[in-house]
Write a protein that binds this ligand. Structure first.
Ligand SMILES: *Cc1c(COP(=O)(O)O)cnc(C)c1O
Length: 229
């Protein structure tokens, strides 16, 4: 099942990329493993998945430790894709290769501080909020540039791009303007000197559209592992 689902997704990623003249290799699949057990994640590693996304620091801590014991594979990356509370930053910096959800100066400073302590350059993305939905985290467009300039001063952060999460729509086409907007914002930021190659956008329901609009990382859970219990 896992293999079948995953190969379907890789195929869809390839076709979506080809439709818009992009290289399929430029799109990374982040397998979202929130609520998924260690044994299933291990299976996913065995069939070739290498990047895993978790949304809670606490839940992921034991899973990541267990898997590090279980597999000798050292090419595995763990990404934090969920909201990061300040009091969890210390652990997040120990656990995650890439944090997708930096959305304030305070959080960036806290991550920088803990990264410095363990002599790590922490890779991050800035999460941008493009809709007015109250429940969504992310920095608003008008405050983004200020945050990027601040991050540039923080020596233990490596800013690699932007992330967004559109509101939920039944029709995935409705998410397209949000993906397009994130790409435009990225391009505007690059014009003033920021290098932001990564765009983390697209989930199980809308990743093909996100790829058509420039996603370099798609975060997919349900379409790989089935509905979460
Ligand atoms: C759960 C989650 C996903 C994956 O959602 P699916 O619809 O299961 O693919 C992607 N991004 C974030 C931030 C999530 O929390």
């Amino acid at each position: 099942m896992l293999l079948e689902n995953t190969s379907k997704i890789f195929k869809k990623i390839s076709y979506a990329a080809m439709r818009v003249g992009r290289e399929p290799e430029d799109i990374k699949l982040v397998a979202v493993t929130k609520t998924i057990g260690v044994n299933t994640i291990y299976e996913a590693i065995e069939i070739g998945l290498r990047i895993f996304g978790e949304n809670r620091v606490q839940e992921s801590q034991k899973k990541i430790q267990d898997l590090k014991l279980k597999t000798q594979n050292s090419n595995i990356e763990w990404h934090l894709i969920g909201y990061l509370q300040k009091n969890k930053v210390k652990y997040a910096v120990q656990l995650f290769d890439l944090i997708h959800t930096v959305d304030s100066i305070e959080l960036a400073e806290e991550i920088n501080k803990h990264a410095e302590k363990i002599d790590k350059i922490q890779r991050i993305l800035v999460q941008v909020k493009l809709s007015e939905e109250e429940t969504k985290h992310g920095i608003s467009e008008d405050k983004l540039i200020q945050l990027l300039y601040k991050i540039r001063e923080l020596k233990n952060l490596s800013l690699e791009g932007l992330m967004t999460m559109p509101p939920f729509f039944d029709n995935p086409e409705s998410a397209r303007p949000y993906f397009k907007r994130l790409r435009e914002i990225r391009n505007e930021c690059e014009k003033i000197g920021f290098h932001l190659p990564e765009l983390s956008m697209g989930m199980s329901g809308d990743f093909e559209i996100a790829i058509e609009e420039g996603a370099t990382m798609v975060r997919i859970g349900t379409a790989i592992f089935g509905e979460r219990g």
